[in-house]
Design a protein around this ligand. Structure first.
Ligand SMILES: NC(=O)c1ccc[n+]([C@@H]2O[C@H](COP(=O)([O-])OP(=O)(O)OC[C@H]3O[C@@H](n4cnc5c(N)ncnc54)[C@H](O)[C@@H]3O)[C@@H](O)[C@H]2O)c1
Length: 302
């Protein structure tokens, strides 16, 4: 874990780069990031369920996207590539608050327990996984490479009682940890982990109750742009709280060092390499199994 400072000049490297904000651009942290990017001379293409407010609505290319829809996201990426010819960075930011605690005793008309409401998982995790897959596909076409920044939360790294929300935010950090060293990933992937931040996700009365603990959305925007602009940053998670920043994965007290301390004798890297080969084989087998019905249909037709 390392404390970091972010100056305006740290962010100037983003000038002329093409950034797409996949959903969540019209409010709070996403909107603050759009403003920051524009301030530092980046080219932005934005999306959200709701339109951008003015003045961005008149100046920033925008497409309405429901992040839970693969086809919405696919069309958005296609439109951004067509508009700018390349994509340098993707900000996967959409997120909603909790919808289930898994504690509900809700039943149907026969008295059977109902399944949990999966809306938060669909937006915060499935939607972001769609963005990550599309981001990898499009940034790989960019000879200079690029990066993905995902919005996690303080609840990616600490206990938080919002059960589905905290689960998805741990998932965001899981995505970064699983992907950042992958040999076939020719781009950087990082996350931001904001603490309480002024936005529409927090009800105004809650913001008032929290008081000075709540930081402005621009604080988080600065960490997002830093992770895009600084080409050395990969596999990082930048926690922000009241305008201060810490990178929590690396450094002496970071997560990776703690894991090494716990497993000093284990050949962690070697074991991971073996695991990766096994996983690749199982993913390839799953792809063959998924394609089989289509191939059978084709054969039956011929
Ligand atoms: N505000 C905080 O205290 C805080 C703290 C940690 C993490 N976060 C995360 O920051 C991200 C941004 O949230 P925010 O705080 O700016 O809140 P916000 O409500 O102001 O912004 C969220 C945006 O996401 C959009 N959105 C929601 N569902 C969508 C969908 N299905 N498809 C497309 N867009 C959708 C909304 O329209 C909105 O513009 C979220 O991932 C949130 O979990 C916020």
């Amino acid at each position: 874990m390392t404390s970091i400072t972010i100056t305006d000049s740290d962010l100037d490297g983003i000038k002329d780069q093409v950034i797409i904000v996949t959903a969540g651009a019209s409010s709070g942290i996403g909107l603050a990031t759009v403003k920051r990017l524009l301030q530092h001379g980046a080219k932005v293409f934005a999306s959200d369920l709701n339109p951008l407010p003015e003045p961005e609505n008149s100046t920033v290319p925008f497409k309405k996207v429901d992040v839970t829809s693969w086809s919405d996201q696919l069309e958005f990426f296609k439109a951004a590539k067509e508009k700018y010819g390349r994509i340098d960075h993707v900000f996967a930011n959409a997120g909603i608050t909790a919808n289930t605690m898994l504690l509900e005793d809700d039943v149907d008309e026969n008295g059977n327990l109902l399944p949990p409401n999966m809306k938060t998982v669909n937006v915060n995790l499935i939607g972001i996984m769609y963005t990550v897959k599309l981001g990898i596909h499009y940034i790989r076409q960019n000879p200079k490479g690029g990066s993905l920044v995902l919005t996690g939360s303080a609840s990616s790294i600490c206990r938080f009682a919002a059960v589905d929300y905290a689960t998805t935010k741990h998932g965001i950090l899981g995505l970064v940890r699983a992907l950042y060293k992958h040999p076939q990933l020719a781009l950087r992937i990082n996350a931001v982990a904001p603490s309480w931040t002024a936005s529409n996700i927090l009800p105004p009365e809650f913001v008032a109750a929290l008081g000075e603990v709540v930081q402005p959305a621009d604080v988080v925007a600065r960490s997002v742009v830093l992770l895009m602009a600084d080409e050395k940053r990969n596999g990082e998670c930048v926690y922000s709280e009241r305008g201060r920043f810490w990178e929590v994965e690396n450094g002496e007290n970071g997560f990776h060092q703690k894991v090494k301390d716990m497993m000093p004798e284990a050949n962690v890297e070697g074991l991971l390499e073996i695991a990766e080969k096994v996983i690749q084989a199982s993913v390839a087998a799953a792809a063959v199994a998924a394609a089989a019905p289509a191939a059978e249909k084709l054969e039956a037709k011929q």
